[in-house]
Ligand binder design. Structure first.
Ligand code: ZN
Length: 175
């Protein structure tokens, strides 16, 4: 989980800047809800920035607030906290995007594998090899895969691992 939170903080930083990351970190570290003045005191940011960043974080579904009306002057006070449900959703979506990228890369790597005929040195792409049934068009002997790409195996393992994680988390988030 810690790794994913690191990734999420980087994502927030790239999206909302270092102010966004600061505010989110303060809320993440806090075990209770925080008001504007709490957040301002802990981040050294001005009120306008804190408000803007909180609305943006809220927009992303990462933080939520509770509104309380003061019995004395009737003013509303907002208490902010991390939306753990939204957090899981955002992390899950990030994982899904990563999985899609890995799958595309794996597909590309698979298609750049070459096949050889050891008898006459004919070299064919994956697609060409499929078309000729992995047999040499000249001598019909079975084609062998050119120096097996170790990258493909690690990509496959990564895709499997991530798919399982996403499936497990999807179940736990939706229940
Ligand atoms: Zn051949």
């Amino acid at each position: 989980m810690t790794n994913h939170v690191d990734g999420l903080l980087k994502f927030i930083e790239s999206y909302l800047g270092s102010e966004g990351m600061k505010v989110f970190q303060v809320l993440l570290d806090s075990d209770k809800e925080l008001s504007y003045s709490d957040i301002i005191a802990r981040t050294d940011l001005d009120e306008q920035t804190v408000r803007r960043v909180l609305y943006e974080l809220n927009d992303l579904g990462l933080v939520v607030y509770r509104r309380v009306q003061s019995p004395e002057d009737g003013r509303f006070v907002y208490y902010w906290f991390v939306n753990s449900y939204g957090l899981n959703q955002v992390l899950l979506n990030r994982k899904r995007m990563t999985l899609e990228k890995l799958k595309a890369r794996l597909d590309h790597e698979m298609r750049t594998v070459f096949f050889l005929c050891l008898n006459d040195g004919i070299r064919m792409s994956f697609d060409e090899a499929i078309e000729s049934d992995f047999k040499c068009p000249k001598c019909s002997s079975l084609l062998v895969q050119e120096d097996r790409n170790p990258y493909i195996d690690s990509l496959k393992r990564l895709v499997d691992k991530l798919s399982r994680e996403i499936e497990d988390e999807r179940k736990s988030v939706s229940t």
